[in-house]
Ligand binder design. Structure first.
Ligand code: SPV
Ligand code: MG
Length: 432
């Protein structure tokens, strides 16, 4: 019997997949290379099911002879390892970013005397439509909460974008762009205190209680499945922080970031005239430990945010605190700065990484925005937060439309600046 190799992610099983398995089994034993989360994460959104769950599903599909892990996005390493007689693939890889991989596979199989079987891609079942269907079924708080840690294990860095409403969160949930080497998407959502308060026309001072923040978050939770990192300001008093942690967990939030400031909180990016007192380091350590002890799940993350550089202290000050926070149980360190050069952040990352290789570093490159994801990753960043861009982008767009209507005394010209009504209705799940 010949061996026919088929690479699959096995997350959503649809008739197209059953068809290709059936076709493959006409040629020989079907050897499925099941893509691991690590193989998938840099190129596509993380599967809904984890590897073990997907393995269980695929192993039990009629016609599948054996399943082996495919650790890389490229088929070549497994083709070298398992030396199948043929590989089978849908003909959808002739265009788009997979076409380069197709060329490599053809060359490799030719060289080794194997065969490439291409079958017509099953029309009418496209996985993005299926993805949408799964998304509309939603997620559970438990799955969502755990998904940030899952992502951290397989993808570096993780891209997080701010959302302040259901509609902005839908952009983060759905947007995918195709680049030469694969798809790009945002991995999760930043619930920002700045954009949440600004969208309500209020200043970014610490919320008295969580209730109003959670009301907006509920809208985001209802229409998305991706992990959420919550901007917890200072975390309030330790006694209150306990309840914040548990409330966030109950809602399926993956992480909270709290900052080491005291007094009436002001946004960190305000001008230099605004000074903010830092919390004594030992008190903040205590708050972190209390929070860690309070959490119910083992996956929830409490990330410590350092304001040393914002407050004008040197990198050494931030590092000393970062080490203390890590020792107190912080699951990650966010270092913030409004310095344009990025030199302070780079130095911090290098020195922190020299001691802790595994604790995630979170960066918010609002001012040092000239650095790409790749560059920040090379510094040691694990999570990159674009903290306010959707809100900042929406205001000038709204202003422009409003001005045009006043100027032209009608809305005809402004319509060119707006999305069609039909599109906005279709955008909202259940709106069609
Ligand atoms: C926020 O988005 O609310 C933040 C990040 O706390 S920053 O505004 O950069 O301080
Ligand atoms: Mg904030």
């Amino acid at each position: 019997m010949k061996t026919i190799y088929l690479g699959l992610s096995g997350d959503i099983i649809h008739p197209g997949i059953i068809n290709i398995i059936k076709e493959a089994s006409k040629y020989g034993n079907v050897l499925v290379g099941l893509l691991t989360d690590t193989a998938i994460a840099p190129y596509k959104r993380l599967p809904y099911l984890n590897f073990q769950q997907r393995l269980e599903v695929v192993e039990n599909i009629k016609g599948v002879h054996k399943v082996v892990p495919q650790q890389e996005w490229s088929y070549i390493p497994n083709l070298k390892k398992y030396k199948p007689d043929a590989i089978i693939h849908g003909d959808d890889w002739t265009s788009g970013f997979m076409s380069k991989e197709r060329d490599k596979v053809f060359a490799f199989m030719k060289e080794t005397g194997g065969e490439v079987i291409e079958i017509p891609y099953t029309q009418g079942v496209n996985s993005s439509a299926l993805n949408e269907a799964v998304r509309s079924l939603g997620t559970t708080p438990d799955i969502r909460l755990k998904s940030l840690r899952r992502l951290l294990e397989v993808k570096k860095p993780i891209r997080i974008m701010e959302a302040h409403s259901g509609i902005s969160a839908l952009i983060i949930e759905n947007l995918e762009i195709e680049k030469e080497d694969g798809l790009r998407c945002f991995d999760g959502i930043w619930s920002s205190s700045l954009t949440d308060s600004a969208s309500k026309g209020k200043p970014d001072i610490e919320a008295v209680d969580l209730t109003t923040r959670l009301q907006d978050l509920t809208n985001i939770l209802e229409c998305t499945t991706k992990p959420i990192i919550f901007d917890g300001d200072t975390g309030g008093k330790p006694e209150h922080f306990i309840f914040t942690v548990r409330t966030l967990e109950r809602n399926g939030i993956s992480a909270v970031i709290i900052e080491d400031k005291i007094g009436l909180k002001k946004n960190s990016l305000f001008g230099t005239d605004v000074t903010q007192e830092l919390s004594p380091a030992d008190e903040f350590c205590e708050k972190l430990s209390i929070g860690k002890r309070a959490q119910v799940t083992k996956e929830f993350m409490i990330i410590a945010r350092l304001e040393s550089l914002i407050a004008g202290f040197p990198v050494s000050h931030a590092l000393e605190r970062a080490f203390a926070y890590a020792a107190s149980g912080a699951d990650g360190i966010m270092i913030h700065s409004k310095e344009k050069s990025g030199d302070d952040i780079r130095e911090f990352c290098e020195k922190f990484r020299a001691k802790y290789n595994n604790i995630p570093i979170v960066l918010v490159p609002t001012t040092y925005n000239q650095f790409t994801v790749k560059e920040l990753s090379l510094w040691g960043a694990s999570i990159i937060i674009y903290a306010n861009h959707l809100l900042r982008a929406s205001y000038p767009a709204m202003m422009n439309a409003a001005k045009t209507i006043l100027e032209k005394e009608r809305s005809l010209e402004a319509d060119l600046l707006c999305m069609p009504i039909k599109e906005i209705l279709e955008l909202i799940p259940g709106g069609k």
